[in-house]
Design a protein around this ligand. Structure first.
Ligand code: GLC
Length: 545
């Protein structure tokens, strides 16, 4: 049994800084141009030095990679492109020895079309495996029309016809058939998969598409004017019983094993039900990620987040970017700083300097808020979205599935720049295969090596902030807004206190006077005691308004 981190068995997940490893783009240890476990293991000292508490790894299982590993063919083994089970076990022990917990990605909504169950179901219409998927007769005189009007998340119909004439459901690509959670075999299998990884020593599971596992009975049409709060393929009541069963399993292990849900839903009322005390421990705060980077919008989403999480005593989380979004350096440099998965606005004009200034301010803001925080690999380097990957090199299935209208998510998945003046920037050893996505030549100024040597770099800011955060993370959750003159949201400022920490973000166009206190850290230069626009400062030492 691998050693557990020396952080004890307290509820570490309530305040953790969790770093998202997009494995195929983090570090390549074997020179094939794709990141892997060997590369990750060699970079564990970097992660420890960065000051995060835990790692979340995107899927590492055996996969044909139709959706970068979110199409799993074997849930109990590692894809050879990433390594093998022995390396995964060694990695867990090494991460723990560095004081880092490890969360892996569980993909229960669908598997790969190469999964043995789906292969058996496709081969024989009488196979018992059929009930584990959604096979349905088509509509129309000869069954030539899909069984209902559902569209997949990546575009196109959510159904594909089989050689037997019937259809199967896939809310993502045709290579990702949806599992049928009404099947007891599916439930038993995933409970066993959970135990397999918990036994191996993982500290938690991120649950992919957590809102989508169960479907409304009868698979009714969505209709011409769908109600986004009542869709037949998401947030149906049956999903909660699954998580209650899983919670009983995680609770039966020592060491505070946790679930974090990818819960994308339109209302906080729907979302928060997943975080009731006997369900998931936490979830990603996509309302915060998607919102505008303005003082009134931030204040509103922070207030709503704190209020809704308080109702179930779950920790809020703060997330700025992940492997499915436009990187926030680019979003925040745009005129409209909001984000929507249905319209990524690729190529919208973005001011890179403004975006980076705001991204640095946003980091300090999120690190000062109560709860857990996520850092997506490359956030700490201030990486922008790569918007000019040649279309013949795009890998994301979103591109073909959208009829070549949405470039998809490759621009936030470009391999990290570690060192040197030219690609592969230390991502792979010199002389290795080209990285699986091309890196911009301009990233030579953004490498870990270049930024480590610069005390004003974004990497240095993250290191300083995460080290200080350890002091503040465990502060009581109460956040007190500072509404003194010049510090209100109406004036473009977000300012609050937690214990003796004061956090001020200036999103107005003019400099504002800093409130009292000793300056601890700022996301940009302070001019004559005044906080410039798009800058955040942390101060200590004053405990009353
Ligand atoms: C989640 C993942 C995304 C993946 C999809 C299908 O949204 O984050 O990357 O494509 O699920 O598994």
């Amino acid at each position: 049994m691998p050693a557990t981190p020396d952080t004890g068995t307290t509820a570490w997940w309530r305040t953790a800084a969790i770093y998202q490893i997009y494995l195929r783009s983090f570090a390549d240890g074997d020179g094939d141009g794709v990141g892997d476990l060997a590369g990750l293991r060699s970079r564990l000292p970097y992660l420890r030095r960065l000051g995060v508490d835990a790692l979340w790894l995107t899927p590492w299982y055996v996969s044909p990679m139709a959706d970068a590993g979110y199409d799993v063919a074997d849930y109990r083994d590692i894809d050879p492109v990433f390594g093998d089970l022995d390396q995964a076990t060694a990695f867990l022990a090494e991460a723990h020895a560095h004081g880092l917990r490890v969360i892996i990605d569980l993909v229960p909504n669908h598997c790969s079309d190469r999964h043995p169950w789906f292969q058996a179901a496709l081969a024989d219409p009488a196979a018992p495996e059929r009930d584990r998927f959604w096979f349905q007769p088509g509509r129309g005189e000869h069954g030539e029309l899909p069984p209902n009007d559902w569209q997949g998340y990546f575009g196109g119909p959510a159904w594909t016809r089989t050689s037997h004439g019937d259809w199967y459901l896939h809310m993502f690509t045709p290579e990702q058939p949806d599992l049928n959670w009404e099947s007891p075999a599916v439930r038993a299998e995933f409970e066993d998969i959970l135990r397999f990884w918990f036994d191996l020593g993982v500290d938690g599971m991120r649950i992919d598409v957590a809102h989508g596992l169960t479907k409304k009975p009868g698979l009714p049409d969505v209709g011409p004017e769908p109600d986004p709060t009542d869709l037949p393929y998401q947030d149906t009541d049956g999903v909660h019983e699954i998580y209650r069963a899983w919670r009983r399993i995680s609770d039966s292990y020592d060491g505070e094993r946790v679930f974090v849900g990818e819960v994308w839903l339109p209302t906080p009322e729907q979302y928060i039900r997943y975080l009731r005390p006997d369900e998931l421990h936490s979830a990603f705060n996509f309302d915060f990620l998607c919102g505008a980077f303005t003082a009134p919008a931030l204040r509103k989403v922070i207030d709503e987040t704190l209020a809704v999480h308080r109702t179930v005593d779950a920790p809020p989380t703060w997330v700025l970017s992940n492997h499915d979004t436009i990187r926030h350096v680019t979003r925040y440099g745009r005129e409209d700083t909001t984000f929507s998965v249905s319209d990524r606005r690729h190529g919208a004009p973005s001011d890179p300097d403004l975006g980076l200034r705001r991204a640095r301010a946003a980091a300090l803001l999120t690190f000062a808020l109560p709860g857990g925080v996520y850092v997506y690999q490359g956030d700490e380097l201030g990486l922008p979205e790569v918007e000019d990957i040649p279309v013949d090199q795009l890998q994301d299935p979103t591109w073909p599935r959208s009829g070549f209208t949405d470039r998809g998510r490759d621009g936030c998945r470009v391999p990290l720049p570690w060192s040197a003046d030219s690609p592969p920037f230390g991502f792979s050893a010199d002389g290795a295969a080209q990285p699986w996505l091309p890196q911009p030549a301009g990233w030579k100024a953004l490498t870990v090596e270049a930024q480590s040597a610069d005390p004003d770099s974004t990497l240095s800011l993250y290191r300083a902030a995460l080290a200080l955060r350890r002091r503040f993370a465990a502060l009581p959750g109460e956040l007190v807004w500072l509404d003194a003159d010049g510090l209100s949201a109406a004036e473009g400022v977000v300012a609050f206190r937690r214990g003796d920490l004061t956090c001020v973000v200036n999103l107005s166009a003019r400099p504002v006077a800093l409130p009292p206190g000793d300056l601890l850290l700022a996301s940009g230069p302070i001019e004559d005691g005044r906080l410039p626009a798009d800058t955040c400062a942390w101060l200590v030492g004053v405990t009353d308004n």
